[in-house]
Every structure is written in C-alpha cells, then in structure tokens.
Design a protein around this ligand. Structure first.
Ligand code: GDP
Length: 297
C-alpha cells in the first residue's frame, strides 16, 4: 500500500542512520527528500510541508544531533509525527451504535467500494459485536446494485430489506427505519446511491435520506488509490451532508497512499476502516500505529 513511499523513506533513513554524527544541514537535506517522497505519494502540499517543518524543528535540536544514535532519533521523530498526522488528536473511536436501532449511512461515489464495504461492516458488527444488522440499498437507479447488496448480505448472513420496485430512496429509508424497529435490529445500514461525480441531485438525495434516518454515523467510502481526489471528495461530502468518518478502500493496491496521510489533517475527519481486498473479511480498523509501521517498513 505504501511501497514507493516506504522505499523512498527507507533509503533516506538508511543513509542517516549509517552516517553516525549528524549536522543540522544533514537533517535539513534528508527532510527535503522526505518532502519530495510525500508529494510523490500524493500527500497534499500543506500537509507535507507541515510534516517536514515539524520533524525538522524537533530533529535539529542538540539532543538529537549530539546523541549517540542521531539517525535513529530522527526516525523515531518521523514515526511519532506520522502517527500525529494519521490520527489527529487521538485514535478514532469505535462506531456509535448504542440505542438500537442505530442507523449508519454509507455515502460515496459509484465504484468506490461502498456496497462491498457496507457488507463488510455488517459482517464485522455481527461477528465481533454480536449485533443484529439490517441492510438496505437505496440505489434506485441501479437495480443491479440493490441485487448485489442482497447477494452480499446473504453471503455474510445478514438480513437485507426486501426490494420493492418503484420506491424512492426516501421511501426505502423510511421502510428500513420502521423494519429495524419492528424487527428488533441493533443496527441498520443504508447504502445510498453513488454517482460517477458529485452533483446536486446526488447530494439532495443523500440529504433527504439523512434527514429521515438521523444517522449516528455517516461513513464516506472513498477509493484510497485516488490520492488527493479522495480527500477532495471527503471535503465535499462533509460540507454537504456532514460525515463522521471515512473508509479508505483498495489499500491493498499499489497506490501511492497519500490519501491516508492527508485525510485527517485536511478534513478533520477520522479514517475508521481500511479496505484491503474484495473478500468480506478484507476490512481493518484504522490503526495509525500499524499504518506508520507499514510506511516506515
Ligand atoms: P460501489 O459502486 O461503490 O458500491 O462499489 P462496489 O462495492 O460495487 O465495489 C466496486 C469494486 O471494487 C468491486 O469489484 C469490489 O469487489 C471492489 N472493491 C471494493 N473494496 C475493495 C478493496 O478494499 N480492495 C479491492 N482490491 N477491491 C475492492
């Protein structure tokens, strides 16, 4: 997921640790390379700049350059700073799904992995938290997408709201809410329609559904391979509908991974999960420590 970035940083830090004594100029030169590597990984410019500035300030102090292992100290500072940029003020909380039936709204562009992620989250809630989950597809424009959710629901052993032809997204949301209460479900997840681009119709529909369901969580699913675009999509969805968290999919691919590093700093919203494949188990809670470890190799 971060192969290129990881290789680049590995090269810089190998040199630093092998060098022994470090001058401030050595650190500054290394940090220039780190900045380039971050930008090549599609980390947003202000985030890359802020990161390098903060590391440089901490790494050029006498306690580092005069220490016995200055290179390793710099790596430690980078590691800590990565965690800070990945998780902001603190680790992401778990999903707020008390007070049953708790509604979760899934939003995102078409093809981002929204339906797959909806089923993955349902499986996880069922297996790890012993929750009774109801799924509903609101993608009235794409019957195939509604079918797909029903198939995935069956695969993971979670109920889906029966499909009724001709209903609007708002009508389906109302029915899901009612069914979740009557059926004694702990959680119901609404898989909203996606489009290829953000447009007013999509946002109006998501807002209308949001107003019916009053979701406890609104999770934006974005393709992690799209780098800064993923961050832009998140900013826009947050402005228009308000999101409580992000799921970055396709992090199993050989993408540049910059979205993971920019997301929290640019949008202020936590990454909740990372999608690591097409299989229903390929979903991980977002763990900044683990991601930082992967980046530093
Ligand atoms: P939607 O249009 O947003 O609902 O997208 P889908 O859930 O239908 O996913 C589109 C494609 O991406 C499907 O082939 C999924 O199997 C695939 N996909 C979803 N999440 C991931 C992921 O984390 N990694 C990989 N490699 N593929 C994924």
């Amino acid at each position: 997921m971060f192969e290129n970035l990881s290789d680049r940083l590995g090269g810089v830090f190998d040199r630093l640790t092998r060098q022994g004594a470090l001058t401030e100029d050595d650190v500054t030169a290394a940090m220039r390379e780190v900045r380039t590597a971050l930008l090549e990984a599609d980390v947003s410019l202000p985030v890359a700049r802020g990161f390098v500035k903060s590391v440089t300030q901490k790494a050029t102090g006498a306690s580092v350059t005069k220490s016995v292992t200055p290179g390793q100290q710099v790596v430690k500072i980078v590691h800590d700073e990565l965690i800070k940029v990945l998780q902001g003020d603190g680790p992401a909380d778990s999903l707020r799904i008390d007070n049953p039936p708790a509604p979760i709204l899934m939003v995102g562009l078409q093809g981002s992995g929204k339906t797959t992620t909806t089923a993955k989250i349902a499986k996880r809630l069922k297996e790890r938290e012993k929750k009774r989950v109801l799924l509903a597809s609101l993608d009235t424009n794409r019957p195939a997408a509604m079918e797909q959710l029903a198939i995935l629901g069956k695969q993971v052993g979670v109920d889906t709201l029966p499909i009724v032809a001709g209903e609007s997204a708002v009508q389906i949301a109302r029915r899901a809410k009612q069914q979740a209460s009557l059926g004694g479900y702990d959680v119901y997840i609404l898989d909203t329609a996606g489009r290829l681009h953000i447009d007013a119709v999509l946002m109006d529909e998501v807002q209308a559904v949001r107003d019916i369901a009053s979701p406890r969580e609104t999770l934006l699913v974005v393709d992690g391979l799209t780098g800064q675009d993923a961050v832009n999509v998140a900013t826009e969805f947050d402005d228009k509908v308000g999101i409580t968290g992000v799921v970055l999919t396709r992090m199993d691919g050989d993408g540049r991974g910059g979205a993971a590093l920019s997301m929290r700093a640019v949008t202020g919203k936590p990454i909740r999960f990372v999608g690591l494949g097409e299989k229903m188990d390929a979903l991980e809670s977002f763990d900044a420590e683990r991601i930082a470890g992967r980046i530093l190799g």
